[in-house]
Design a protein around this ligand. Structure first.
Ligand code: ADP
Ligand code: MG
Length: 226
């Protein structure tokens, strides 16, 4: 199993007390499958991704990424795990304004010690995989919203992550472009074998996912295994 959340509880400070954002959440995300997470605004979807990404430590429970129990890692160990094993795509494409599409991907490999030529080739092949082969030299302002989100998807795959975490990638796109991004995400997940979580508020995307779990007030409900 590429990603396991085991009885995870996460609270945030809230006035004099604590707000429970995740309440005893357990979830197993297999490789090569797209798991959709839906739920109302404020239900804990982004918190679930933040914990899975090791960006926020849970109060209780275990987060296991590609076989590594992340609770045992120090901050440098977590940063290395994130860099090497986890791809993250946020709601807004957070691209660097001065870099071309291919350069956005190349900077991801900056710390890996790989040869620049091999890095560039991998970046170009990933841009091809997301349908942007012809736009590798464009900067963010020369790309549409959907194209920018494709660049962030390709960038997240640059280090061959075991786990891909994607938070409402279509919220700034129209329906058709949003659906195209989700289909692409499903295809990339199967081709590259990533354990992918897609957070979405659009229920029409669920047909594309291998499975759907619902979050309500920090609690998960998932259909029983078929
Ligand atoms: P969703 O992504 O489903 O909209 P979130 O995970 O962002 O939900 O938020 C879950 C709950 O935790 C909400 O009540 C939200 O206000 C609260 N929350 C999220 N992030 C923080 C934070 N950094 N500090 C305090 N409360 C937070
Ligand atoms: Mg959110």
């Amino acid at each position: 199993m590429s990603l396991v959340l085991d009885d995870v509880t996460l609270t945030y400070p809230d006035g004099d007390g604590r707000l429970t954002a995740l309440d005893s959440v357990s979830l197993e995300v297999p490789a090569g499958r797209l798991t959709a997470v839906v739920g109302p605004s404020g239900s804990g979807k982004s918190s679930l991704l933040a914990v899975a990404a090791t960006l926020v430590p849970p109060d209780r429970g275990r987060v296991v990424v590609a076989g590594t129990d992340t609770g045992a890692l120090d901050p440098a160990g977590k940063a290395a795990l994130r860099r090497e094993r986890i791809g993250i795509v946020f709601q807004q494409p957070n691209l660097l304004a001065s870099l071309t599409a291919v350069e956005q991907l190349q900077v991801m490999a900056h710390l890996s010690g790989a040869k620049p030529k091999a890095v560039r080739e991998r970046a170009l092949s990933l841009l091809d995989a997301v349908g942007l082969a012809d736009l590798a030299g464009r900067r963010p302002h020369q790309l549409s919203g959907g194209q920018r989100q494709r660049v962030t998807l390709a960038r997240a795959l640059m280090n061959e992550p075991a786990v891909l975490l994607v938070d409402e990638p279509t919220s700034a796109l129209d329906h058709e472009r949003g659906a195209a991004i989700v289909s692409l995400l499903a295809a990339l997940t199967r081709d590259r074998g990533t354990a992918t979580i897609l957070v979405t508020h659009d229920r029409t995307h669920l047909a594309t996912a291998d499975r759907t779990v619902t979050v309500h007030d920090g609690r998960l409900s998932q259909p029983p295994p078929a």
